[in-house]
Design a protein around this ligand. Structure first.
Ligand SMILES: O=C(O)CCC(=O)C(=O)O
Ligand SMILES: [Fe+2]
Length: 290
């Protein structure tokens, strides 16, 4: 299997829904993010100039944007370059929001994460900017929490992705203590003595470059590697299609406190019903929220 690469002019929203969203088939849009002002503007120079002092943390270490850019561009070789370096856009760089409109690119809709019911970042739905340097690897093969589908918008540099077709869970050895992560440490050089079933898996590796958008359907194992200095913006998609699985996760993630689980799940059930109603009424949601 290969991941299809399409010009946005060659696929309508309806086709995307029928051919990719419903069956869970990944897709690379060559240019769907051209509708964002950020496209063609986000770069290390631009961030150094405009947000050089803006801070973020990776683990226990705090970095300024200037330091981040020096690290990923190899101007500072005195310490390791972590991956990923993330900014939560809504809280750490809210000024960028108008440059990422409409978030849904005309395809990632209806998106219940854009409704006021699920707007707060409690549902795995942060709008995140990822910054990486050459060779920076996402630390594990994983599924995204809450069965959300991911939209990864590459805005600067090339990033390599690997995805595994749906249905290969047992070949990827989910961690019993966190079944959203694979225990396989280095899939490019797997220890087949330890992980024999991995040999049956059929990874698909490909690169996305500036301007391209990768749609990763929920339930699809994936990982990434930055090939050079890279900047991406990722958002998630939730609607009637993945809501049942989402709801189960809302419960399961709070299962140690049944009262809390019941309260939060009830809220989500009601919010979901309201969003469904909104879809039926053809409501357009604010696209400045993720
Ligand atoms: O861009 C990347 O490094 C992958 C990010 C990812 O898969 C995630 O945050 O869930
Ligand atoms: Fe992910």
């Amino acid at each position: 299997m290969e991941v299809k690469r399409l010009d946005a002019a060659d696929i309508t929203h309806e086709q995307f829904i029928e051919e990719h969203w419903k069956p869970g088939i990944p897709l690379v849009f060559k240019n769907a993010s051209k509708v964002w002002k950020a496209n063609g503007i986000f770069s290390p120079v631009w961030f150094r100039t405009n947000y050089g002092d803006r801070k973020t943390s990776v683990g226990d270490t705090e970095y300024t944007m200037r330091e981040v850019m020096d690290l990923i561009e190899g101007k500072d070789t005195s310490r390791p370059v972590p991956y990923p370096i993330k900014y939560w856009i809504q809280s750490q760089l809210p000024e960028l929001m108008p440059m990422l409109t409409p978030i849904n690119l005309g395809y990632a809709k209806p998106n219940w994460l854009e409704s006021s019911w699920f707007a707060r970042g409690n549902w795995g739905n942060q709008l995140e900017m990822f910054i990486g340097g050459p060779g920076g690897k996402f630390p594990y093969i994983h599924l995204d929490y809450y069965h959300l589908s991911a939209w990864i918008n590459q805005l600067y540099g090339n990033k390599q992705f690997t995805v595994w077709p749906l249905g290969q869970d047992e070949y990827l050895y989910p961690d019993p203590s966190d079944p959203w992560k694979s225990v396989i440490p280095d899939f490019e050089h797997p220890d087949l003595g330890k992980y024999p079933l991995y040999a049956k898996s059929t990874p698909i590796t490909f690169t996305i470059g500036a301007g391209e958008t990768l749609f990763i359907p929920y339930g699809m194992w994936h990982t990434a590697k930055s090939l050079e200095p890279t900047i991406s913006v990722a958002f998630d998609l939730l609607n009637a299609r993945n809501f049942p699985e989402f709801l189960k996760d809302v419960w399961d993630f709070r299962n140690d406190n049944k009262l809390k689980a019941a309260a939060v799940t009830s809220y989500a059930v009601f919010g979901g019903a309201m969003c469904k109603l909104g879809d039926m009424l053809g409501m357009e949601r604010s696209s400045t929220r993720a």
